[in-house]
Design a protein around this ligand. Structure first.
Ligand SMILES: NC(=O)c1ccc[n+]([C@@H]2O[C@H](COP(=O)([O-])OP(=O)(O)OC[C@H]3O[C@@H](n4cnc5c(N)ncnc54)[C@H](OP(=O)(O)O)[C@@H]3O)[C@@H](O)[C@H]2O)c1
Length: 207
């Protein structure tokens, strides 16, 4: 296996036994790299795991899989500082906010049509907010400037972020996949990246 991702980090993890077992899998050639996947940012746990590995000369985590996109920004700060400090690659999940950043939902119509999001009980309250639609307005503006779709532009922003290695592209159809893969060719200016970054208010601004 190329990368073995650990996803469930309970109250007890990481333990020395866990890191010893993972190191054994790498030493036996069953796994090439260790990945830290997570639903919530857990910077201190990954750091602790890698400190245990460092002290013992064992294999550390070298890739992380947290949520990150234009409207879900909780890994900025602590988590990204941790991955930079340990030289850990970052491959974000939900790079399009489960489809919110594709332009298919509007302030006026809300959740319409067939989509994975329509089946989620929490999507509407989590994503279809005034603050998120303000971010989407800036996304639409930059997308028009670079002659791309909102989805492509949102993925391009992620690929321009310091510390991000590559997003995990989610697609339900071949057309979506083809559209999304073209994001790799989009070159945003620093000014466009900054405008997109600043479209979501910094919760600590002015403190
Ligand atoms: N580690 C973790 O905890 C964790 C958690 C979640 C996911 N993941 C992984 O990360 C991957 C990506 O996450 P995600 O699926 O949430 O990613 P996402 O890119 O935020 O959302 C993907 C969804 O958006 C819609 N979409 C994608 N491209 C589109 C386009 N060009 N135009 C219109 N709609 C488009 C599709 O759903 P509709 O067409 O139905 O709207 C698609 O299923 C998953 O497949 C999974 O492997 C990991």
């Amino acid at each position: 296996m190329d990368v073995l991702y650990i996803h469930r980090w309970d109250d007890e993890t990481p333990t020395r036994e866990m890191m010893k077992t993972l190191n054994g899998l790498v030493e036996d050639g069953k796994v090439h790299y260790l990945g830290a996947s997570t639903l919530r940012p857990n910077a201190w746990k990954v750091a602790k795991a890698n400190e245990i590995a460092r002290a013992e000369g064992w294999e550390p985590f070298t890739v992380a899989q947290p949520r990150y996109n234009l409207v879900d920004r909780e890994i900025e700060g602590d988590y990204l500082e941790m991955t930079r400090s340990y030289g850990i690659a970052v491959c974000p999940w939900s790079p399009l906010g489960q489809g919110f950043l594709t332009g298919k939902y509007t302030r006026e119509d809300g959740l319409t049509g067939e989509s994975r999001a329509a089946e989620s009980s929490r999507f509407e309250e989590s994503y279809l907010t005034e603050e998120n639609f303000d971010v989407h307005d800036e996304l639409d503006a930059v997308a028009e400037e670079v002659d791309a779709t909102p989805a492509q532009t949102a993925l391009a922003w992620l690929m321009h972020r310091d510390g991000v290695t590559a997003p995990i592209v989610g697609a339900r159809t071949v057309e979506q996949l083809t559209e999304n893969l073209e994001a790799a060719a989009i070159d945003l200016t620093d000014e466009q990246v900054d405008r997109l970054t600043e479209a979501k208010p910094d919760p600590y601004a002015g403190l």
